[in-house]
Design a protein around this ligand. Structure first.
Ligand SMILES: Nc1ncnc2c1ncn2[C@@H]1O[C@H](COP(=O)(O)OP(=O)(O)OP(=O)(O)O)[C@@H](O)[C@H]1O
Ligand SMILES: [Mg+2]
Length: 453
């Protein structure tokens, strides 16, 4: 990360000095305030990327300062540091928009992780909300602002006008078909047909006839002449999906088609031609398929004119807030729901989950949330346990010497304990915690804890 400014609000020099030293060591620019009165001026002057706020200040209560900061600069992440982390304070800070809650003495590894997460999340959210020039974050129907997607947009723009064969690789759900359609839309063939053939879905013995057509009587059941996809795509684009899943003899026939755009219908003798741009895709590693002998090397090199590789979505985390927000908006409109955004914790969980099913999985998860729940905010309780739990497993183990838990964990543990010891009675638990009943009920709902009242 390039140098970012962190504002530290702390009146005790003994506590301040090691924090400043540590932050400088982490290569942050550090600005300090010893009182609440200086905070607003410092925020305006230095525009910090994050604030570390001591809860006990000489001139004002820290929670009030937190509320003032969030009131004026809603998106700046504020991390609370305190000597005595009581539960009611933690809840109040959470409700007032604190990013996290660290207890003194600070564990500097934990501080470093928390600060890093706060700043990364803050910048990703800013990025998603900012409206960059449309070209940079969407390209036809493709969404993504990461450098990897920008380079995909560039490749598509550069080759779309030619007739060069494009070979798209990438895991399932990374958007290969979307890219193929974008190449077509961007090309001079955009008014012609776009014909997609899923080579894995068609039984091997029917694929040849599907691609090249057949003459009447070519095989049992061939009651009339049939036009294949190559002919149907004439003047347009033929998209061959799952290309590694075809038999060797079809590969040979397609190789010929690639070389001179000629083919014969099954059962026919006439040599036909079609003016077609070919795009192929696979979620396998084609080089490995060549090594295994299932994919012909000459065919592979014919296809590999313009390779486009789509990275798994976990490798381009910068796209996640943008994609998630896009799907939320789309499905909310479709289902007439009020969803407008994600809670900070839900977004952190989304960013941390590895998304093995890539964009398709994210799309499905968001659709399910919108259909099953009510808005306006997607919270952790709306997300499936495997997504939420993944986040838990990856959280760094708390340092046993000075255990620092995240704010939400402090709150959740306390509310769960109180509810368990009062057999789910919200009013009794609220009394134990010295918190309003509504807060306990709301938090119990958010964290999926059982209540009886
Ligand atoms: N960058 C993106 N922006 C918006 N939507 C996307 C993006 N990538 C994928 N999608 C959506 O995710 C879903 C899966 O995309 P697509 O079908 O193109 O993936 P694929 O790589 O062809 O997957 P498979 O290998 O399983 O066929 C589609 O609904 C698509 O619209
Ligand atoms: Mg596909």
């Amino acid at each position: 990360m390039p140098s970012r400014t962190v504002l530290v609000v702390e009146d005790e020099k003994r506590a301040l000095d090691p924090i400043v030293k540590c932050l400088r060591h982490m290569r942050y620019r550090v600005v300090t305030c010893g009182s609440a009165a200086e905070v607003m001026g410092a925020l305006v002057r230095h525009r910090p990327s994050a604030v570390l706020l001591d809860l006990k200040l000489p001139d004002k209560d820290g929670v009030t300062v937190l509320k003032e900061i969030k009131g004026a600069f809603e998106t700046i992440p504020v991390i609370i540091i305190t000597g005595a982390g009581t539960v009611s304070h933690a809840v109040e800070c959470l409700q007032s928009g604190a990013f996290d809650f660290l207890e003194k003495p600070l564990d500097f590894t934990h501080l470093q992780n928390t600060l890093h997460n706060a700043i990364v999340l803050h910048e990703l959210q800013e990025q998603a909300h900012r409206r960059p020039s449309p070209e940079s974050y969407t390209f036809h129907d493709i969404i993504g602002i990461s450098p990897q997607m920008q380079s995909v947009y560039r490749i598509i723009s550069n080759v779309a006008q030619s007739d060069a064969t494009v070979f798209i690789t990438g895991d399932s759900g990374t958007g290969k078909e979307l890219v193929a359609r974008a190449v077509h839309k961007r090309s001079k063939r955009s008014h012609g047909p776009f014909i997609a053939v899923n080579c894995a879905a068609i039984p091997r013995d029917l694929l040849e006839s599907e691609l090249f057509g057949h003459e009447k009587g070519a095989f049992t059941g061939a009651i009339s002449r049939h036009e294949g996809c190559c002919e149907a795509a004439n003047g347009g684009t033929l998209f061959l999906d799952e290309i590694c899943d075809m038999s060797a003899d079809i590969q040979v026939k397609l190789l010929r088609f690639l070389q001179d755009r000629t083919f014969q219908r099954v059962g026919g003798t006439e040599t036909l031609t079609a003016d077609v741009r070919l795009i192929a895709a696979t979620n396998k590693d084609p080089e490995r398929e060549v090594e295994r002998g299932t994919f012909r090397e000459d065919f592979y090199y014919r296809l590999m004119v313009v390779p486009v590789h789509l990275q798994p979505v976990r490798e381009r985390a910068g796209d996640l807030p943008l994609l998630a927000t896009h799907f939320l908006k789309t499905f909310a409109e479709q289902n007439k729901k009020t969803f407008t955004g994600f809670s900070q914790e839900a977004m952190v969980a989304i960013l941390n989950y590895p998304w093995p099913g890539n964009v398709r999985e994210l799309e499905n998860v968001i659709e399910r949330v919108v259909v099953l729940h009510e808005g306006p905010t997607v919270t952790l309780t709306h997300l499936a346990p495997e997504i939420v739990h993944y986040r838990r497993q990856r959280e760094p183990a708390p340092d046993s010497a000075h255990q620092t838990l995240s704010l939400s964990e402090i709150v959740k543990d306390a509310i769960r304990d109180a509810l368990e010891s009062s057999e789910g009675d919200v009013s009794a638990a609220a009394k134990k915690l010295d918190l309003p009943e509504d807060t306990v009920r709301e938090k119990a709902g958010e964290y999926g804890l059982d209540t009886t009242s």
